[in-house]
Design a protein around this ligand. Structure first.
Ligand code: AMP
Length: 467
């Protein structure tokens, strides 16, 4: 399968070739022809599958007949609207629109909250064919009549599950109410809850179901390790793992915004450059933290689930769950940040005894037992006077912290995944070992260009099963 065989315009083929893509990913191979045939789509796909190009390329092709270089705003009505849950994802999608549409005279812009609305109004006033937006800010523009959606022919809801999780359903409904009834609808979601299916039922007309990753399954290329450690020793273990494994870049997840700030601060005090990203930070601070992380100035980015959603960090090798998520689906979203575009990645979880129930839920969802890991040398080090200031315990230690603080982490027997069915870890899951890896280097990660899309097909074959 080639991009040429998908009958894409030469302008799009050129843009795709510029990106170094050699073949369509499975979702692209399915979505592009169907969207070009004007079908509604319900795509069950995690980020990292190439879904953005999967909807952007055909949208650009369908809009191409209207491409024109006229300066008149009237010649550039908004015809495609893409809604995303977060600012970062919105910015990334719009960037993709620009990248793939660079040889077409179509205009796009992105609007999201947390930044000055003035420049957005100006861009909208000039006319854009493709508008990428977060729901809240788009409503602001609608209220101020600085956007006109009466000519929209295409609607994309990207990461719809997260939009619902974030409580955007009322906003989405208000936006839907001002769109023309006649339009093509594309809905993408990593997971399919009943609410998503209800929304899809209201929105889509005889949609083509596309499922490139098994629902609620993890990418094959992610290897998982769970360290059992008392809550109060997590930070020391995190610092130890980052140092001893020479982890070059890790996205570290916590549940609460204030914990993101605190952990980043404490890591910096420990000599590890870290930044935090969460929804209470200004857009400028978020962008700065992300840029520092992407460019390697701070190897650790501490994030909350919502802030990290949709982040596309090229070749991110490690996701670390400093705390396990309350919702097991969030584990999937988190690890979706690594092993993108076919590259292998590692998901490390630091689990304290309070969190064993959360792990059980995650393992139930994944239908497998996650391999346990241990750090005997950390255990050993722990008996010696420690370099880190261990008295800097969390601001409000909970009962559990106080109780467990004095104990070193227990080395846990390693175990093979024992659940039947697909072994997700193949072929990159390292053999369970009690010794730490001195350094993890991925052979694929060094490759400069995007790896063959075939690697992205490492997900399960399409199935029609939905919850
Ligand atoms: P997405 O799932 O849309 O966030 O895309 C994940 C990553 O895959 C992005 O960094 C894209 O640049 C990359 N990508 C998209 N399509 C292809 C392709 N056909 N071949 C290789 N890489 C791709």
């Amino acid at each position: 399968m080639t991009f040429e065989s998908l009958n894409l315009l030469p302008e799009l083929l050129r843009a795709v070739a510029d990106q170094g893509y050699t073949e369509p990913t499975p979702i692209q191979a399915q979505a592009i022809p169907a969207i070009l045939q004007r079908r509604d789509i319900m795509g069950c796909a995690q980020t990292g599958t190439g879904k953005t190009a999967g909807f952007t390329l055909p949208l650009l092709q369908l809009l191409a007949p209207q491409a024109n270089a006229s300066p008149s705003p009237a010649r550039h009505p908004t015809r495609a609207l893409v809604l995303t849950p977060t600012r970062e994802l919105a910015a990334q999608v719009e960037e993709s629109v620009r990248v793939y549409g660079k040889y077409l005279a179509l205009r796009s812009t992105v609007v999201y909250g947390g930044v000055d609305i003035g420049p957005q109004k100006k861009a909208l006033h000039g006319g854009v064919e493709i508008l990428v937006a977060t729901p809240g800010r788009l409503l602001d523009h609608l209220q101020q009549r600085t956007v006109n959606l009466s000519r929209v022919e295409f609607l994309v809801l990207d990461e719809a599950d997260r939009m619902l999780d974030m409580g955007f359903l009322p906003d989405i409904k208000r936006i839907l109410a001002v769109l023309p009834a006649q339009r093509q609808n594309l809905l993408f979601s990593a997971t399919f809850s009943d609410d998503i299916r209800k929304l899809a039922h209201q929105l889509l007309r005889q949609p083509l179901m596309i499922e490139v990753a098994r629902r609620n399954a993890t990418a094959d290329l992610v290897s998982h390790q769970v360290y059992e450690v008392p809550a109060a020793r997590k930070r020391a273990l995190l610092a130890h793992l980052i140092r001893s494994r020479n982890i070059p870049q890790a996205l570290v997840f916590v549940r609460m915004k204030r914990d993101a700030n605190r952990l980043a601060r404490e890591l910096v005090r420990d000599g590890i450059n870290a930044a935090a990203i969460h929804s209470d930070r200004t857009q400028l601070e978020r962008e700065q933290a992300l840029a520092d992380f992407k460019q390697g100035r701070s190897p650790v980015l501490v994030a909350t689930d919502i802030a990290a959603r949709g982040l596309d960090i090229e070749e991110l090798p490690y996701v670390i769950n400093y705390e396990l998520p309350y919702a097991p689906e969030d584990y999937l979203h988190r690890i979706g940040r690594t092993a993108r575009a076919g590259l292998p990645g590692e998901a490390i979880s630091l689990m304290c005894s309070d969190e064993t129930k959360l792990l059980v839920e995650i393992e139930k969802l994944l239908k497998r037992t996650l391999p346990r890991a241990s750090a005997p040398e950390f255990h050993h080090e722990d008996r010696k006077p420690h370099r880190l200031d261990e008295h800097r315990t969390p601001a409000k230690p909970d009962r559990h912290d106080r109780h467990e603080k004095r104990h070193a982490p227990k080395p846990v027997a390693t175990s093979k995944p024992k659940a039947p069915g697909i072994d997700f870890s193949k072929p990159y899951e390292p053999a369970p070992s009690t010794a730490p890896k001195p350094q993890v280097s991925h052979p694929l990660r060094r490759q400069p260009s995007h790896p063959a899309a075939a690697l992205l097909g490492g997900f399960s074959s399409p199935t029609k099963s939905h919850k």
